[in-house]
Design a protein around this ligand. Sequence first.
Ligand code: UVW
Length: 312
Amino acid sequence: MPGREAMPKLSNWGRWGKDDEKGTANFITADVIVAAAKLVRKGKVMCCCIPIDQFGPVFPTRTSAQRFMSVLNVPIQDIGMPGQAIVNDDYITMYLQGSTQWDSLAHVGYGDRFYNDLPTSAVTAHGGAAKNDIGKLYQSFVTRGVLLDMVRYKGYDNDGHLPKDYPITVADLDGCAQAQKVEVKSGDALCVRTGWVPYWYTLKTHGEKEAYFHAQPGMSVHTLDWIATKEISCIAMDNIAVERLPTEIDGEFIPFHQVAIRDLGLSLGEIFTFEELAKDCAADGVYEFLWVAPPLNIPHAVGSPLNPLAIK
Ligand code: UVW
């Protein structure tokens, strides 16, 4: 297996100024948003996230979300306020990377640097990410979305997912777009269906669940030149790490993350689900839509859950 020398040499550093913290989200111009809004033709809204609960696929270095009641059927008078109301409150503990999520541009770097030459010292235990945090993107990712349904294109409808370590290639991306009669354009959110997240919910044994995280279909590291040339604003995938696992680069667990996030400033979205959207696209033959998928406004965070919507 080749080493780091085989990783694509790409960079968007300085492209949008030396202080830029948004990276490829800058491809989403006002014109792109206006054109995307025109894709709403039948008034159908499709959610592309999994529920935030204890049952979803969460990478083993993290834990599932826990929800707790903090106020349970309490008469409001008992807490010092007048009236007949009875109230409930709750709270949640969760990894910001523990469900459908965006990775911020401070999530993964290498060589002591994050996107746009940000030193790793800019992320601290106390303060989180001083720059490149997910909060900077709170108005981003309203754009044209394109679904590339790789499960259908590669003929895996019966399995419901791509083979466990399938690397999606440039030929697959071009072939799928051509077969679906859709063009990938500057500013697009590229949504790629692998079927891997829905597959999680069919697994029964601990062994199956353990293996699930170590071999998954995803983007080959060699698609990054294509992604950069197409000026894609973000990638959202229904797998755990966007990239194909195991790695294609000797000694590197997540090489795609390193080039995409750190060198290109490309936001990666993971643990999405495209089952409803894929059915709709197959039915009407329309693989483009308005994509409304901003992260939560969490200053200094390096990731965020979200409720992504594809609207047709
Ligand atoms: C993995 O889970 C490997 O990816 P990320 O850290 O981006 O969530």
